[in-house]
Design a protein around this ligand. Structure first.
Ligand code: PEP
Length: 256
């Protein structure tokens, strides 16, 4: 059975005091034995947030990384630096980086390769724009982003990989994919992984849903057989809503 993962993407939000208080509240959560919890604060708060999480099972992740190990890359942060702050995970290919900051599949793939080589667990985000969905291109977009982001990544490299399906039209909009829409996309991603790697591998990989996940829709989304957790933006910024989503995963896991 796949474990649930509930990950909070804080984006460019919080400050030192607020982020530390939020992490302290999340650290007090009891996700049960079959659910993993992760928070991804902005770079400057990784260390204080990591300190607030110490002794809890909640993991620390970053929202991005650069693929070179060191050198003249002003403004960038390396895999080793993230490891040094206590990160175990990194989110790559988030739609805001693809569509606001112009990241390509090729750049994302170099980041995926560097992160895996440096022993960070990658959460690779994929998802279509509204016009792509309306034009019937959802699966083609997912295929392109998966193939591009995982180019040259072997089954062994990808052992800990997590995929997040995040339809761009659902991110930060309050519009959520229906459970059916999410399940259809997740099943497509799982089939793609089975074709590219193999069925046993594909069956082990966690596929998170992201896009306006809230306490009132988390359970029905995560109830879908191919939805293994959530990547949560807005609702991860308040301890009570994030913890309610963690709790939804905990009860689903307990019922399995
Ligand atoms: C995200 O940041 O990945 C996200 C899904 O945001 P939101 O939950 O606010 O839609």
């Amino acid at each position: 059975m796949r474990r649930f993962l509930v990950a909070g993407n804080w984006k460019m939000n919080t400050d030192r005091a607020g982020g530390t208080a939020l992490a302290t509240a999340v650290a007090a959560a009891d996700p049960g034995p079959k659910t993993d919890v992760l928070v991804c604060p902005p770079f400057p708060y990784l260390i204080p947030v990591g300190e607030a999480l110490q002794g809890s099972g909640v993991r620390l992740g970053a929202q991005d990384v650069w693929y070179e190990p060191s050198g003249a890359f002003t403004g960038e942060v390396s895999v080793a630096m993230l490891r040094d702050t206590g990160c175990s995970h990194v989110v790559l290919g988030h739609s805001e980086r693809r569509h606001i900051l112009g990241e390509t599949d090729e750049t994302i793939c170099r980041k995926v390769q560097a992160a895996i080589a440096g022993h960070l667990t990658v959460i690779l985000c994929v998802g279509e724009l509204l016009e792509e969905r309306e034009a019937g291109q959802t699966e083609a977009v997912l295929n392109r982003q998966l193939a591009g982001g995982l180019e040259g990544i072997s089954e062994q490299d990808a052992a800990d990989l997590v995929i997040a399906y995040e339809p761009v039209w659902a991110i930060g909009t309050g519009v959520t994919a229906s459970p059916d829409q999410a399940e259809t996309a997740h099943a497509h991603i799982r089939n793609w992984l089975a074709d590219r790697y193999n069925a046993a591998f594909s069956d082990r990989i966690r596929i998170l849903y992201g896009g306006s996940v809230k306490p009132d829709n988390a359970q029905t989304l995560m109830q879908q057989s191919n939805v293994d957790g959530a990547l949560v933006g807005g609702a991860s910024l308040k301890a009570d809503s994030f913890l309610a989503i963690v709790d939804a995963a905990r009860s689903l896991a307990a019922a399995e």
